[in-house]
Design a protein around this ligand. Structure first.
Ligand SMILES: CC(C)(COP(=O)(O)OP(=O)(O)OC[C@H]1O[C@@H](n2cnc3c(N)ncnc32)[C@H](O)[C@@H]1OP(=O)(O)O)[C@@H](O)C(=O)NCCC(=O)NCCS
Length: 147
């Protein structure tokens, strides 16, 4: 499946919100994504297949000083397990390297085995636990990739 990664625009936001709502119990709002498009250190990318203009997934990252922080990544349920998440994350890591970052960080729910598997595939290390970060009983694992 030929997928390319490009920067999101305003026109992608409804689809991004749709994917977000299918992915998370407390989804970001349209306004939250719109704000990311205005922040100079933020980048919101989408994965798009050759034959369909509707994004299949998105990733939002901040690049501040030497650190790239992945804030949000999700793939539409119909397109999971086809390598879309890996393409989005791989592009972000390559960009971070090119821009001279030395660390990529993120938080993931302890119960989210799919995402933890994705990050481990890229050699992220599980560094520490933030207890109840996502609410009662929902711990976050802080993961880091040294570039
Ligand atoms: C996590 C998520 C983005 C992965 O996207 P994806 O496009 O399905 O992932 P890929 O097909 O690129 O898979 C890459 C690797 O991730 C791991 N992985 C992905 N889904 C998995 C699953 N359901 N179970 C276990 N490992 C999984 C595997 O290691 C996989 O490599 P493999 O296919 O060679 O085994 C997707 O499941 C999703 O949108 N989940 C809901 C939102 C979310 O949890 N986001 C992360 C928040 S921290």
């Amino acid at each position: 499946m030929a997928i390319h990664i490009r920067d999101a625009t305003d026109r992608d936001l409804p689809r991004i919100v749709e994917i977000e709502q299918l992915a998370f119990p407390t989804p970001w709002s349209l306004g939250a994504f719109r704000r990311e498009l205005t922040l100079p250190f933020s980048r919101l990318t989408v994965a798009v297949a050759e034959k369909d203009p509707l994004p299949e997934g998105f990733l939002c990252r901040w690049l501040v000083a030497d650190e790239c922080h992945v804030l949000n990544v999700a793939v539409h349920p119909d397109y999971r397990r086809f390598g879309v998440g890996a393409r989005l994350l791989g592009a972000t890591i390559s960009e971070a390297r090119e821009k001279g970052a030395d660390l990529v960080t993120l938080e993931v729910r302890r119960s989210n085995l799919a995402a933890r598997g994705l990050y481990r595939k890229f050699d992220f290390e599980e560094r520490r636990l933030r207890r109840h970060y996502y609410g009662p009983g929902e711990d976050a694992i802080v993961m880091e990739l040294r570039l």
